[in-house]
Design a protein around this ligand. Sequence first.
Ligand SMILES: C[S@@+](CC[C@H](N)C(=O)[O-])C[C@H]1O[C@@H](n2cnc3c(N)ncnc32)[C@H](O)[C@@H]1O
Length: 290
Amino acid sequence: MNTEAFTSTLKHQSTVEKNGIKISKEIAEKTVWDELAVENPTHAVISAKNEEDAAIKSAEQISDIKQFLKPGDILLDCGTGYGRVAKYLLPQMALGGYVGVDSSYQMLSLFKKRYDTVESEKRTPLLLLNADIHTLPIQDSSVNVAIICAVFLHNHKSIVDKAMLEIERVIKPGGRVLVYSSFPRSATLMGVQGCAYQILLNLLGRPYKNGPVRYYRRKEILKLFKGFDEIELRPVGYSVIPKTLIFLPGLLEAIWRKVIANPLNKILEYITPAQLKPYFAVHYDVVAKK
Ligand SMILES: C[S@@+](CC[C@H](N)C(=O)[O-])C[C@H]1O[C@@H](n2cnc3c(N)ncnc32)[C@H](O)[C@@H]1O
């Protein structure tokens, strides 16, 4: 197929080509998770080396989620990925239903493929939805608990605003929302760097790019939960020196992280008094009641 004649009809650098088809960069950026699902899903989702590592890294989160659930509850997992939470939660606890929503079809395919073969997961009915979290095709007040793990941070803040309204709409009165690893703190050096990057994306006309981390102030988070009660913000992690320098090329960045940032952060964490550690938290997890 000769596409030369159409070159002038396309906006400059607005598409990427795959198998002779032009894909709008907006779409290509959305499907980055499809590619990651094929390459290395455990690394993409929870920075785990393998399944065993993913299980270890997930253990604390799973026991936290469990305490907010009763048998028979419907759990909504927004940005469910390949169903990491379901994989470790459902064998421990059968539910009334598990609703997994994700904009990546590939991630959902991995989830379904595993679920269909694991009896301890199949005790819980599963509904998989290939949809965006800010336009949930779900009835009002239909789920008991909603979880969001490592999803908001990759989205533009206007998407998160809309997603929170949707999540509030679909949770039953008295139900909970649990948000993990989604609100990195802007009051950190990583946060200052990330905010500068967002300004650059805005100037380049690509503010909605799905991928770079978005950072939050405490006040901004509380505003997102204004329709909820009993809001608990939990500071998590510790960091002073930025773990990554986004403007450094890959190899130098890895050297920075392994040789400078990680060891220095460990020393600083060791010498910081316990009561001051929350001021150096990496992110906030949030639990709230509708
Ligand atoms: C880092 S992974 C986390 C997966 C899962 N929550 C976990 O903790 O194992 C992020 C997932 O969120 C999905 N995602 C990101 N933005 C989304 C959006 N706006 N709507 C639906 N899914 C989204 C991605 O496709 C990806 O599967």
